[in-house]
Design a binder for this molecule. Structure first.
Ligand SMILES: Nc1ncnc2c1ncn2[C@@H]1O[C@H](COP(=O)(O)OP(=O)(O)OP(=O)(O)O)[C@@H](O)[C@H]1O
Length: 620
C-alpha cells in the first residue's frame, strides 16, 4: 500500500512542477529580486549537504534491503528530488499573494518527522544489548538535517506569507475606511481604527507564525504516540488520556480567561484615544501642570485596569500550566512504578523507551498548550477586524468605490436641489437635533450665504449639501438626478472650518496645473512661505490663516462646479477678509461656479444673491 501512496505523491509532485513551469512561462510567477550573494550560496550549500546526506542514508538502506523494499527506497528518493525541484522553483519564482498552505503543511510534516526520528534513533541506539549502536549515527544526523532544513524552508515561506497577509489585511481595512459612509466614521469610537490597523493585524500575523511551530510540534507528538503505541498499547492509551485531560482542562480555563482578554482588547481602544489626546492636547497639558497631572491619573487608571485584567487572565493560565506539568510527571511516575505490576510481561527496555520518548514529547506538548492563549487572543483580534470592517461598511455601503470617485465627471452648469431634505442627529434619542425639512435650490453663477446663530445647523446643512450626510427624509438631486451620499463629493470642492491640509496635492494633476498653482500662491500671498515641488507643499507649518489660504489654493486647483466654504474668513485679517468677500467670491461666481458660503460676517451679506438664515435647523 505504501508504494501506491508514495507513487501518488510522486504524481502530485510532478503535476505541481508542471503547473509552476506553466505559470513561469505565462509570466504569472515572476523571479524574485536578486538575492544577496551570501544568502544564495548558503542555501545552495545547505541543499547540497542535505541531499548528499540523504543520498548516503538511502544508499545504506538500499544495501541491506529486499527487492520490494528497494522499490520504496527508489520512490522516496524520487519524491525528495522532485520536492527539491518544486521548492527551488517556487523559492525563486514566488507567486504574488501566494498562500502555499499545502507546501507548508508538507514541510511541517517533514520537519516534524525529522524531529521525532532523532529520538527514535537515539532510543534504538542507546538501549541495544550490545552497547551503543554507532552505526545509527548517520540516521540521527539525517533526522537533524531534515528538521533544520524543513524549518528553514518553512519559515522563509511563512515570513513571506504572514507579511503578505498583514499587508493585504491593512490595505483591505484602509479601502473599507475610504469607502465607509462619513457618518459611520464620525460616530466611530476614537482609537478603534489605530488598534485595528496596528495591533490586531500584528496579533493575527504573529500567531500565523506560531502556527508553524504548533504544526511541527503536532507532527512530532503524533509520531511519538505512534511509536509509543507500537511499544505498549496500554501505556499509549494512558498517556493519550493524560494529554486529552490536560488539554481539556487548559481549554476550559482559557475559555474563562477569554472574557478578560476581550476586556483588555477594549481597553486598548481607550488607550489609543489617550495617546490621541496626548498628542493633540499636548499644548494644553504642557501649559497647565494640574491638567497634565489629572490627565496622567486618568491614563494611569486605564493602564492599571489593563494590567489587572491581564494579570487576572494570565494567573488563571499559570495555574493550569503547573497542573499540566504535574500531569506529565504523574504519567511518567505511573509508567515507572505502576506498569511493572500492571503489565508484568512488559520488558524493562520497553519501559525505558516509553519514559524516554514521553519525556521528549512533553516539551512540544507543553509548548502547544502554552500557545493556546495566543490562539484565543488572535481569534479575538480576527473577530475585531471583521466586526470593524462590517461596522464601517454598514448597511448603506457606498455604491462607488474610492478608485472610481477619483475620476471626476462634473458638469459645468449645475443645479443642486434639496427636496424636503431632513437630517437628524440621534434620531431615537431624547436630545436629538434636526435640520430640515429644507426645500432649496443652488445654481451655477450664484452666490449663496448660509447664516444663523451658533448651533443653528449651518455646518450640518453643509454636510447634507456636500453628501457627507445622507438625508433621513427627502432627497438631494443634482441636475435632476437623485444623489446618494458620497456621490456629490466629485462635484464639490469644500473648505470646512476644521479642514485638514494634506502635504500633497492628492487627486490633482499637478503637472498640468503648475503655472496656475504658482499664480494662486502669489494671489494668496503665500509665495514667500510655501513652494510646491512635484505636487508636494514644502511645508504646512503655517499660521491658521495661512493654512486656510493654502486650503483655498487646493480648492482653486480642484476646480469643481460647486464651492462650499464654511466660515473661511473667520481666521483671516481684515485685508484678506475683504479680498475674500469683495474679490474672490464674485470672481468665482463670474466663472460660473455655484458658490455657497457659511458666514457670520453680516457686513458682507449684501454681496450675496441669496441668504439662507437658519434657526433651530429650519430656514427662518
Ligand atoms: N456629530 C454630531 N453628533 C450629534 N450632534 C451633533 C453633531 N454635530 C453637531 N451636532 C448638533 O447639531 C447642532 C447644530 O450643529 P452645527 O455644527 O450644524 O451648528 P452651526 O450652525 O454650524 O454652529 P456654529 O456656528 O457654532 O459652527 C448642534 O446643536 C450640535 O449639538
Amino acid at each position: 500500500m505504501w508504494i501506491w501512496i508514495i507513487g501518488l505523491g510522486l504524481l502530485w509532485n510532478a503535476a505541481s512542477i508542471a503547473w509552476v513551469l506553466l505559470g513561469i512561462r505565462k509570466g504569472r510567477w515572476q523571479p524574485k529580486d536578486a538575492d544577496k550573494g551570501r544568502g544564495r550560496w548558503s542555501r545552495v550549500l545547505f541543499a547540497a549537504v542535505f541531499y548528499g546526506w540523504l543520498g548516503y542514508c538511502l544508499y545504506d538502506l538500499w544495501r541491506g534491503s529486499s527487492d520490494f523494499e528497494r522499490i520504496a527506497i527508489a520512490e522516496i528518493s524520487a519524491l525528495f528530488l522532485l520536492s527539491g525541484v518544486y521548492l527551488a522553483l517556487t523559492g525563486y519564482f514566488p507567486k504574488p499573494n501566494e498562500r502555499p498552505f499545502v507546501t507548508m503543511l508538507l514541510l511541517g510534516i517533514s520537519s516534524g518527522i525529522g524531529n521525532a526520528s532523532m529520538i527514535f534513533v537515539v532510543n534504538a541506539a542507546i538501549w541495544d544489548t550490545e552497547g551503543i549502536k554507532v552505526s545509527l549515527l548517520p540516521y540521527f544526523v539525517l533526522g537533524m538535517l531534515l528538521f533544520v532544513y524543513g524549518q528553514k524552508l518553512l519559515r522563509s515561506r511563512l515570513i513571506r506569507m504572514t507579511n503578505g497577509i498583514v499587508y493585504d489585511k491593512r490595505m483591505e481595512i484602509l479601502t473599507t475606511v475610504l469607502n465607509a459612509p462619513y457618518e459611520n466614521m464620525e460616530a466611530m469610537e476614537r482609537g478603534k481604527i489605530e488598534t485595528c490597523l496596528n495591533n490586531d493585524t500584528e496579533t493575527v500575523s504573529s500567531f500565523a507564525n506560531k502556527m508553524v511551530s504548533i504544526g511541527t510540534w503536532s507532527v512530532t507528538i503524533t509520531a511519538g504516540f505512534v511509536y509509543l503505541a507500537l511499544i505498549n498499547l496500554a501505556g499509549f492509551l494512558l498517556s493519550l488520556g493524560v494529554v486529552i485531560a490536560a488539554s481539556g482542562a487548559f481549554y476550559a480555563i482559557i475559555r474563562s480567561a477569554n472574557q478578560l482578554w476581550e476586556q483588555t482588547r477594549d481597553i486598548q481602544n481607550v488607550f489609543f484615544k489617550f495617546i490621541h489626546d496626548l498628542i493633540y492636547g499636548f499644548k494644553e497639558l504642557f501649559l497647565h501642570r494640574n491638567k497634565a497631572r489629572d490627565f496622567r491619573e486618568d491614563m494611569a487608571g486605564s493602564c492599571a485596569t489593563y494590567r489587572d485584567k491581564r494579570m487576572e487572565a494570565e494567573s488563571k493560565i499559570a495555574n493550569v500550566v503547573v497542573i499540566g506539568d504535574l500531569l506529565f510527571a504523574a504519567v511518567i511516575g505511573t509508567v515507572v512504578f505502576a506498569f511493572p505490576s500492571l503489565f508484568p510481561e512488559m520488558r524493562q527496555e520497553a519501559l525505558r523507551s516509553f519514559v524516554f520518548v514521553f519525556l521528549y514529547m512533553a516539551g512540544p506538548l507543553t509548548s502547544i498548550l502554552n500557545s493556546l492563549p495566543e490562539l484565543f487572543q488572535a481569534r479575538i483580534s480576527w473577530k475585531r477586524i471583521r466586526s470593524f470592517s462590517e461596522e464601517l461598511s454598514g448597511i448603506r455601503r457606498r455604491e462607488s468605490t474610492y478608485e472610481l470617485t477619483t475620476e471626476t465627471s462634473e458638469a459645468d452648469e449645475v443645479t443642486l436641489r434639496l427636496e424636503e431634505a431632513v437630517y437628524e442627529y440621534g434620531r431615537n434619542e431624547d436630545r436629538s437635533f434636526a435640520v430640515g425639512p429644507i426645500d432649496y435650490e443652488f445654481r451655477s453663477g450664484e452666490l449663496t450665504f448660509i447664516v444663523g446663530g451658533n448651533g443653528s445647523g449651518k455646518s450640518t446643512l453643509a454636510k447634507l449639501i456636500t453628501g457627507l450626510y445622507e438625508p433621513n427624509e427627502g432627497s438631494v438631486t443634482l441636475n435632476g438626478v437623485r444623489m446618494n451620499a458620497g456621490d456629490i463629493g466629485v462635484h464639490v470642492s469644500t473648505i470646512f472650518s476644521d479642514a485638514y491640509l494634506f502635504d500633497r496635492l492628492y487627486g490633482i494633476d499637478f503637472e498640468a496645473k503648475e503655472r496656475e498653482a504658482q499664480h494662486y500662491l502669489q494671489l494668496l500671498k503665500l509665495e514667500d512661505k510655501v513652494s510646491i515641488q512635484d505636487g508636494r507643499f514644502s511645508t504646512t507649518k503655517l499660521s491658521t490663516g495661512q493654512r486656510k489660504r493654502l486650503a483655498l489654493l487646493v480648492s482653486y486647483l480642484d476646480d469643481k462646479p460647486i464651492c462650499l466654504f464654511d466660515e473661511w474668513a473667520a481666521d483671516q485679517d481684515p485685508e484678506y477678509r475683504e479680498f475674500f468677500y469683495a474679490s474672490l467670491l464674485p470672481d468665482l461666481r463670474s466663472q460660473g461656479k455655484c458658490v455657497i458660503v457659511i458666514t457670520h460676517d453680516d457686513r458682507y451679506f449684501g454681496l450675496a444673491d441669496q441668504v439662507i438664515k437658519l434657526e433651530m435647523g429650519k430656514i427662518a
